[in-house]
Design a protein around this ligand. Structure first.
Ligand SMILES: [Zn+2]
Length: 326
């Protein structure tokens, strides 16, 4: 029995529908090509690999070049200190590139999307998720589950499309603490105003379909939420495990692959609670380094996969090369 047929046997309606509609991969239409490995970079914005029995696809919603890293990163440091760290890591000190990488996990039973990107309407140059799913042969209705790490606009921007649910059949999973924080009346003024308004437009209308996650709660078998508070009050990461292979989707625990990992205590403008975010980084880097746990990080350089190594004074992020393809 071919791998493809074996995979087909245990599928939910969404996956079976996707296969019927032309397959999950871009080459699935022809049998000979379907038998070829579909791992590694399929296109510059799409990277696919196997994790046990799961098939995981990293999707580059977009990337934007910005001024910095200082003062966004190292807000409490001098510009010179941040520039020096950048130079030591062969990075420019005045510009950096920020990418946005949601994950699609095909468990063999269901298609699970972790975070939804910026949304095409909100940010056309960096809201390409649905376009990429379409090129992969996955229609929005075929996504069975959407799991949200936190409610910043670059993660919930793609939840609604033209005022309607972007993934009409999906069960939604989101953190209870995050939801309660952002929907409180007092968030509608001050620095939280814009995000709170987006939460009311993109998340609140879906509330009937949301399962509110607590620390340690399962989304689907093999995908578990873990509290990683600090970046936002209810920020979650997802532990993914299949057949003994593991991956931590750490979302926005670290938002710059050099500055946030090598200097976890430096203040980051996007972190709502600087102390808690730093403590979470230390805890999660420790776990990843000690357990040699592979990482998917939403803002890490595409395909946003890598490893954390302990160094004499802190940690270092090692971007993946071919580890996920062999
Ligand atoms: Zn983010």
């Amino acid at each position: 029995m071919s791998t493809r047929r074996r995979t087909l046997s245990g599928l939910g309606a969404g996956v079976a529908g996707a296969l019927a509609a032309g397959g999950l991969g871009p080459f699935a239409a022809g049998d000979a090509r379907a038998a070829a490995p579909q791992q590694g970079p399929l296109w510059p914005e799409v990277y696919r690999f196997r994790l046990g029995a799961f098939e995981i696809t990293c999707l580059l919603d977009g990337k934007i070049a910005m001024d910095g890293p200082h003062p966004i990163f190292g807000q409490d440091r001098t510009p010179e200190e941040v520039v020096e760290l950048c130079r030591a890591n062969f990075l420019p000190g005045n510009r950096f590139v920020n990418g946005f990488t949601p994950l699609l996990v095909n468990t063999g039973r269901e298609i699970v999307l972790i975070d939804t990107g910026n949304g095409a309407a909100r940010r056309p140059q960096a809201g390409r998720l649905r376009e990429l799913l379409g090129r992969l042969g996955i229609a929005p209705w075929q996504v069975d589950v959407v799991a949200i790490t936190h409610f910043h606009p670059d993660h919930i921007g793609g939840l609604m499309e033209d005022g309607a649910p972007a993934f009409p059949n999906a069960r939604i999973f989101a953190g209870r603490v995050e939801y309660e924080f952002w929907t409180a009346e007092e968030r509608l003024s001050g620095p939280t105003e814009n995000t709170a308004k987006l939460v009311r437009a993109n998340v609140v209308p879906l509330s009937e379909r949301i399962t509110f996650l607590e620390d340690g709660q399962e989304v689907v078998p093999g995908i578990t939420a873990m509290s990683a508070f600090g970046h936002t009050p209810g920020h979650l990461v997802f532990h993914i495990e299949s057949e003994g292979r593991r991956l931590l989707m750490w979302a926005d625990t670290a938002n710059h692959y050099v500055v946030s990992v090598q200097r976890p205590d430096w203040h980051v403008r996007f972190d709502m609670d600087k102390q808690a975010a730093a403590a979470t980084r230390r805890r999660i880097f420790d776990m990843c380094a000690a357990e040699r746990l592979p990482v998917a990080g939403y803002h890490m350089p595409f395909p946003a996969l890598g490893f954390v190594e302990r160094t004499a004074e802190s940690w270092r992020f090692l971007p993946a090369t071919y580890q996920f393809e062999v």
